[in-house]
Write a protein that binds this ligand. Structure first.
Ligand code: GLV
Ligand code: MN
Ligand code: MN
Length: 409
């Protein structure tokens, strides 16, 4: 197992060096860096005895056929896109552990009663379009065609980006999961401190909390920084600043809620010009959908109120709403048993982060295995996992496949 874990670590390092910017890791949907990682991972998949295809949005899918007949398909995987200034493990770890499991089967000349697909999703983080799960929604057949007109920061639509990434925008809504989909299981770094505090290398996920992502804008009036008196200014960035603090206050006032404004763009963006426009992103999450929806509504009213009081206009566009999703009890019980058979307790924990599993849960039972990460740090270049923990994850996933094979054999 250590040999396979070493390979997974080396591969995470190799993919971590493939970026759109020289000094930090960033791989948005449809970028040259995404093309390169897809090519590299496709080669690894082929070497592991898989046939490889790309779907309409550019997800990369490797397929390892069943022993015989039509025993359905189990999908393992995660995503290859990243946030900006990302770590090396968020996403790629799940793809590469899945690949390692298939490699092990292939090396032993072993086939299962079902096919195994390794899915490397092309967009989970939503860095480019402010949405999440673009890749897995196409795979699951849940893609919303309304998203085709969303634009990125350069005014490029989803449809155009899909086309230039070699995909087919017209076919996104027609995606459909593999026939006889048995389930989906994703390995992912925990991105939190729980497993480290408990001294455990892995844990089994119980639920993934819901999230809303919105684009919020304020439009005031640009003007001369030296000549326009303070009284009567319609400064869009001041309105946005008030909204940022309102988001923080709202989340602090709602137990378990988290709200983040991760990006602000100001137009025209010069030191001596009063900002005429400010656009920001809002990411709001809670384990209870009703609480999240209530907080989102309250924040919309706050944006409108701030705009009214400052004589500016506000814009509000909800780009994404994902409901909180419990993982499947049956599949998670099998995964927990697999962990226990490695000699470890199967600690259960919830996920604060979103994952492709949340999207695929609409069409199949899903389970997730979390891997301890140092200090719980993620969405940060300091993300770190231990090779020994990766070895445990590979062992548990190998056992998971054996247990499923025995159930279905
Ligand atoms: C994905 O990493 C998310 O939870 O934002
Ligand atoms: Mn992430
Ligand atoms: Mn992730």
């Amino acid at each position: 197992m250590r040999g396979l874990a070493r390979t997974v670590m080396e591969r995470c390092d190799a993919l971590g060096g493939i970026s759109e910017e020289p000094d930090l890791l960033v791989r948005p949907y449809g970028s040259g860096a995404m093309r390169r990682v897809n090519e590299i991972v496709a080669d690894w998949m082929q070497t592991a005895g898989m046939s490889v295809r790309r779907d309409a949005v550019g997800n990369l899918i490797g397929r390892y056929e069943a022993r015989e007949g039509d025993g359905g398909t189990l999908v393992l995987g995660s995503h290859l896109d990243t946030v900006r200034d990302a770590g090396r493990y968020d996403g790629p770890l799940g793809v590469l552990v899945a690949l390692a499991c298939v490699e092990r089967l292939n090396d032993r000349g072993e086939r299962l009663p079902f096919a195994v697909e390794v899915a490397a999703f092309a967009d989970e983080e939503g860095l480019r379009f402010g949405t999440t799960f673009l890749g897995s929604s196409v795979f699951a057949g849940t893609f919303e065609p309304g998203l085709l007109d969303l634009v990125d920061g350069d005014g490029v639509t989803v449809a155009e980006a899909v086309r230039s990434f070699g995909g087919d925008p017209g076919a996104l809504a027609g995606g459909r999961p593999p026939d006889g989909l048995i389930g989906y299981c994703e390995v992912h770094i925990e991105q939190g401190p729980v497993l480290e505090e408990l001294g455990l290398p892995v844990g089994v996920v119980t639920a993934i909390q819901g999230q809303s992502r919105a684009g919020v804008g304020f439009v005031g009036e640009a003007g001369h920084a030296g000549t326009v008196p303070m009284k009567g200014r319609r400064d869009a960035l001041c309105a946005a600043a008030e909204f940022v603090l309102a988001a923080e206050e709202t989340a602090r006032g709602e137990d378990g809620a988290v709200a983040t404004v991760g990006r602000i763009e100001v137009h025209p963006g010069a030191p001596n010009v009063i900002p005429g426009e400010a656009s920001l992103t809002l990411d709001l999450r809670h384990a209870d959908d009703a609480v999240r929806e209530r907080a989102l509504g309250a924040l919309r009213e706050r944006a409108e109120g701030i705009a009214r009081a400052r004589g500016v206009r506000s814009r509000w566009e909800v780009r994404q709403e994902s409901r909180a999703v419990p993982t499947d009890e049956g599949l998670s019980a099998t995964l927990a048993r697999a962990v226990e058979e490695t000699g470890l307790p199967a600690h259960r924990l919830a996920s604060g982060a979103g994952h492709d599993a949340a999207e695929i849960a609409a069409v199949a039972p899903v389970a997730m295995l979390f891997v301890r990460c140092e200090g719980g740090v993620s969405h940060n270049p300091a993300e770190s996992v231990g090779e020994e923990d990766v070895a445990v994850a590979i062992e548990a996933m190998g056992r998971f496949l054996e247990l499923l094979a025995a159930e279905r054999g």
